[in-house]
Design a protein around this ligand. Structure first.
Ligand code: 6JR
Length: 136
């Protein structure tokens, strides 16, 4: 059995390996590790739906996701990229207080994400320059 403390230490170690969070001091990483939740998704699950309202930021801990977006004139959304362990998504709706800009779908065999809610995102992550400068 893993204790809560072991889980917390594992999460801090993983967060330290996430390029976005690389320059954060340990006390901030510990705060993120305190508030994050772990979510699991099966292959094909829509983690995010384009156009929905959203209040959650995601960091991929295991697996891979497909990002798709509606293209004017086409029925089916088109794949724009894939993301895997250590990468993040869901920041755009939080930064702009707007709707989700794309679909994010779990690929096989499933996905584990660390999630942070809007309030914690605002106080711990939202100010990072990489996020504000991100230009897809
Ligand atoms: N574009 C998430 C990953 C992209 C990408 C291009 C865009 C927008 P969200 O998909 O955050 O939820 O994290 O909106 O909260 O190439 N993602 N690659 N979004 N938007 C999003 C990102 C992630 C969906 C992308 C994304 C655009 C292009 C033109 C508006 C106008």
């Amino acid at each position: 059995m893993k204790t809560g403390l072991q889980r917390q230490e594992e999460n801090i170690k993983f967060l330290r390996s996430v390029p976005l969070l690389q320059n954060l001091p340990t006390d901030k990483l510990a705060k993120i590790a305190d508030v994050l939740e772990v979510d699991f998704y099966h292959e094909g699950d829509f983690i995010i739906r384009e156009g929905a309202v959203g209040d959650t930021f995601f960091i991929i801990n295991k697996g891979e996701v497909q990002v798709t977006q509606k293209i004017a004139g086409f029925d089916d959304p088109k794949e724009i990229r894939r993301l895997d362990r250590g990468q993040y998504f869901g920041e755009k709706a939080l930064l702009s207080e707007d709707r989700r800009t794309a679909n994010v779908i779990a690929l096989a065999p499933g996905v584990e994400c660390l999630t942070v809610d809007r309030e914690s995102f605002n106080s711990l992550i939202g100010d990072l320059n990489e996020l504000k400068e991100k230009d897809y």
